[in-house]
Design a protein around this ligand. Structure first.
Ligand code: GLY
Length: 436
């Protein structure tokens, strides 16, 4: 089967690897040369992933039979709509359905209209009238830019914004940039990601993962696209109750049904919910319309079932819960990022690594936003490499991941604290404190 994958990061490397197990004939659109992806695919179109017309022309010329869209940018640009026009079915929502991610006010409104549990108290603003009063009423608040910001558009009181004046200034910046801002209550709890697969009717969950958004150890520093994530062998997380998974999945199913009703067509793709476990149960922080990055690397490498068959069932509308089995393994993923990442990345610096060593210690390597030239690997302004340890428990997966990291050199950094017993224990204690 001729399959197109759009995107050139570590998430797409994991997608391509999963499809390659089924001998799909793979074609990829990416901006830079990702060497991990390049090795596994038949041909590559090197252009930005939002150049819809060129992608559609290329795909129909090759005779692509199915497309899988990695990042959110092409979804917002309407790539799925245009591919479908030329008869190519897609794993990924149309522009309208992708508002689930691209418009925070759309999703909050959807929750309200369809009475979906887990919503926040919120208000959307298109000008500054009433912003200060709403911030004062909330006390603790979250401000979300109502447009795509590469995971960096959300700012929280007490973390990124110290005062009401800071909140007012940031809200003004969002309105200037994207014409709207959403301001909502701040939930107190531990966040987790549930990446569900949907054919627009049936929704199936995958192992939960927890991402680390802050650049530096101890959850400090600027927000990033995600510095690493972990998952547990029981597919839940050590600080959660069993009911938390069920609540998050029920919210996802209700959202899938509401989207079908609201947009008049089924949502086919990944519904990646950012959830938070609070003293009042599970709340929804946001939804994304794609796999998480890094969280894709916590689930795809341990998927035992055929990813190609799952994708086929998504586009055909024949998805069934028993189609996705995952190994009972824990995973720890750490991102290697260029020096300065989160503030001003050092792009163009060489990274050296020993792939044999990484394999020997039992870890997996996924290339991210690097560029390969003359057999050498260089940083770009974004994340460079993801290393994953997979083992029977989180502590062992973390050790495997750390052993692999020893062989990676260059002007880069990473968070060594992700998935360590100390970091996990801190989260369990915090959650216990919150729930009493
Ligand atoms: N894990 C953050 C994201 O994929 O947006």
């Amino acid at each position: 089967m001729k399959v197109l994958v759009v995107g050139g990061g570590a998430r797409e490397h994991a997608i391509v690897e999963a499809l390659d197990k089924d001998d799909a004939e793979l074609y990829v659109v990416m901006k830079n040369r990702n060497p991990g992806i390049a090795r596994l695919c038949r041909d590559i179109l090197y252009i930005p992933e939002t150049e819809v017309e060129k992608i559609v022309d290329w795909a129909s010329g090759i005779g692509i039979e199915m497309a899988i869209i990695g990042p959110e940018g092409p979804l917002e640009a309407g790539l799925v709509d245009e591919l479908r026009e030329v008869g190519i079915p897609c794993v990924g929502p149309t522009k309208d359905l992708a508002k689930l991610e691209t418009s925070k006010s759309f999703t909050r409104g959807l929750f309200e209209k369809y009475d979906i549990p887990g919503n926040a108290k919120y208000a959307a603003f298109h000008n500054m009238e009433g912003v200060r009063e709403w911030l004062e009423k909330l006390g603790e608040y979250v401000i979300k830019d109502d447009g795509l910001c590469g995971g960096k558009g959300v700012k929280l009181s007490g973390e990124h914004l110290a005062t009401i004046d800071d909140g007012v200034a940031y809200a003004e910046e969002c309105i200037r940039k994207h014409g709207a801002v959403v301001i909502e209550e701040k939930f107190i709890g531990e966040e987790f990601s549930l990446q569900a697969l949907s054919d627009g009717f049936t929704v199936i969950g995958s192992p939960l993962a927890q991402d680390h958004k802050r650049a530096y150890e101890g959850d400090t520093g600027p927000n990033t696209g995600g510095m690493g994530s972990y998952s547990d062998n029981d597919h839940s997380l050590p600080f959660l109750r069993e009911s938390d998974y069920e609540e998050a999945l029920a919210i996802t199913q209700k959202t899938c049904d509401a989207l079908r009703e609201e947009c008049g067509e089924p949502y086919k793709g990944v519904m990646y919910g950012g959830f938070i476990a609070t003293k009042d149960g599970v709340k929804c922080v946001e939804f994304n319309a794609r796999f998480g990055d890094p969280e894709a690397m916590n689930v795809l490498p341990i998927l035992e079932s055929s990813f190609l068959k799952i994708c086929q069932a998504i586009v055909d509308g024949t998805l069934r819960p028993e189609m996705a089995d995952y190994m009972k393994k824990a995973t720890v993923c750490k991102y290697i990022v260029p020096k300065g990442y989160g503030v001003k990345s050092l792009a163009g610096a060489e990274i050296t690594l020993d792939e044999d060593h990484i394999k020997t210690v039992g870890a997996r390597l996924y290339y991210a936003s690097v560029n390969e030239e003359n057999g050498k690997v260089y940083t770009t302004s974004s994340r460079s490499l993801a290393v994953i340890g997979i083992a029977d428990d989180i502590a062992e997966a973390e050790r495997v991941c750390e052993s692999a990291l020893e062989s990676i050199k260059g002007e880069v950094f990473m968070r060594h604290d992700i998935g360590t017993p100390d970091a996990i224990e801190k989260r369990i204690k915090r959650m216990r404190g919150i729930r009493g």
